[in-house]
Design a protein. Structure first.
Ligand code: ADP
Length: 484
């Protein structure tokens, strides 16, 4: 089975969030099941600067782009049984960021990512590799499904191709002005509420939801939530209409990259049977953030985009009371200015209570998973969430809002039976967050049951093997020949 994966980011080449981890891992697990997986990714500047060994497989190709030809080429890289094809179009992708800067999204993102999907489909043709499945991710890849239907609908090359669109976050919709359709070579008639129009704009996300053969999202709970007005961002009606083709498949963890037994990014290694290395990691983390080591007081870690979705405003509101509980809080994040400003000011007021690093830093992220005792994920909504799964493996106990993938991966600890792997609270409010945290801090003081909880956490298994199997089953269902 040949699968073409379209993703706007992929670890370790370019990453801003969980999509990169998924695109970097799932294809490898699929290829181990015998699938032929090829991932298409834009050739960003940061990829170019990695000086990978690359083979130019398509040179000097051209896409007809609003009446004029725009050239591109395709570069190929082999890694772990997966072929990665980079779409090289310097004008669109040779920039020092993926999507935008602090000043905002790049104004030509509509053109950039539509071009990425068009050039990816053209590359499949140029290489004569008709895919059985085109699997696109998020709005940046969604125009592929509109092209497949309206531009390549009669093309025998794609006649047997089936398609799957995965939504990693429904809030990012790829909204552009009406004129974008003409500029990227899609029919103007799609500007209609039954097509891609979304309240006066064009929604790329709708192209995926409407035109892919099946749609999936990254946890069972989120797949149900997005069919309700509260979580649907205006698309819940459309998603309800497609509910028979809508699947929720939990993301997984690559325990090769995320494992305290082998992790080279942390100062000491440890496993469930011997946690002495975790104590070293904790001491080193506190030193790095200039915080005192207070025995008996837990360290609460956060690795997160600093965004409302992640409940950072709730953390800001609850912070003073949190610190009064006697915890130290360590935050690694990048994102929205008001949150950065608030946390920076709070850090000055509480130099021995709050540690803050405003950056995107893979090593510090690993240090926090390894060195913290508790891991806070207070998201307003969370399609899957990877950080709580990484924290579990590193014996840092998640305290999470019960939503989406957090609901599906964390079970409330029950001291009586010793079951559960974390703490959950229900409302996205400072009061509920503090209740959850108080329960966790209370348990932390009880050494015996805490040890049981840490064991449960570290034994939680969210390996990709199971989820890759679920994708494989779905691909098979899609390509099953129709009954005569
Ligand atoms: P999302 O994709 O919504 O941001 P996920 O939990 O699915 O959230 O994935 C977040 C990924 O990004 C994890 O791998 C996490 O470790 C990483 N991450 C988030 N913020 C940072 C940061 N500031 N520095 C390093 N890694 C980060």
């Amino acid at each position: 089975m040949k699968v073409a994966f379209l993703a706007s980011e992929m670890f370790p080449y370019a990453k801003t969030g969980g999509l990169a981890d998924v695109a970097g891992t799932l294809p490898r697990f699929l290829s181990r099941s015998g699938l032929d997986v090829r991932v298409f990714v834009p050739f960003y500047r940061e990829v170019r600067e990695k000086n990978l060994s690359l083979r130019r497989t398509v040179g000097a190709a051209e896409v007809d782009w609003g009446g004029k030809g725009v050239p591109f080429s395709a570069l190929e890289h082999q890694a772990d049984g997966v072929t990665v094809t980079f779409i090289d179009q310097a004008g669109f992708f040779d920039r020092d960021h993926l999507y935008g800067t602090a000043a905002g999204d790049d104004p030509d993102n509509g053109e950039r990512f539509a071009f990425f999907t068009r050039a990816s489909l053209e590359t499949m043709k140029a290489l004569d590799l008709p895919p059985d499945i085109v699997h696109g991710h998020d709005w940046q890849s969604a125009t592929a499904f509109a092209y497949l239907r309206f531009l390549y609908g009669d093309d025998p090359f794609f006649a047997a191709t089936r398609s799957l669109f995965t939504v990693h976050n429904l809030a990012y919709q790829g909204l552009f002005d009406k004129g974008i359709l003409g500029r990227v070579g899609l029919p103007g008639a799609l500007f209609d509420p039954d097509g891609l129009e979304f309240y006066g704009q064009v929604s790329y996300l709708k192209a995926g939801i409407l035109y892919a053969d099946a749609v999936s999202t990254v946890s069972p709970t989120y797949s149900r939530e997005i069919q309700t007005p509260e979580f649907g961002f205006g698309l819940d009606g459309l998603l309800r209409r497609r509910s028979a083709d809508l699947h929720g498949i939990l993301n997984g963890v690559d325990y090769h990259d995320w494992n305290p037994v082998t992790d080279r990014l942390i100062p000491a290694r440890f496993g469930p049977r011997d946690l002495s290395g975790k104590r070293t990691c904790r001491a080193e983390l506190l030193r790095m953030f200039g915080l005192p080591d207070v025995p008996g007081s837990p360290v609460v870690g956060m690795v997160t985009r600093l965004a409302g979705q992640k409940g950072l405003d709730i953390v800001c509101e609850a912070l003073e009371v949190m610190l009064e509980l006697g915890v130290r809080v360590v935050v690694l994040g990048a994102g929205e200015r008001p949150i950065v400003d608030f946390l920076s000011a709070a850090r000055s007021r509480h130099p021995s209570g709050l540690g803050l690093k405003v950056a995107f830093d893979e090593k510090v992220a690993h240090m926090i998973y390894a060195g913290s005792d508790l891991f806070l994920v207070p998201s307003r909504y969370e399609p899957c969430g990877l950080t709580q799964m990484y924290a579990l493996k590193y014996g840092s106990i998640p305290v999470v809002r019960a939503t989406g993938g957090l609901e599906d991966t964390i079970r409330e600890f029950d001291p009586a039976s010793g079951s559960g792997n974390g703490f959950k609270f229900s409302a996205p409010s400072p009061g509920d967050l503090l209740d959850g945290l108080r329960r966790a801090v209370g348990q932390y003081a009880r050494k015996e049951s805490w040890r049981a909880l840490v064991r449960n956490a570290m034994a939680s298994d969210f390996s990709w093997t199971r989820s890759a199997g679920a994708y494989l089953a779905l691909y098979r269902k899609l390509i099953k020949p129709p009954r005569a």
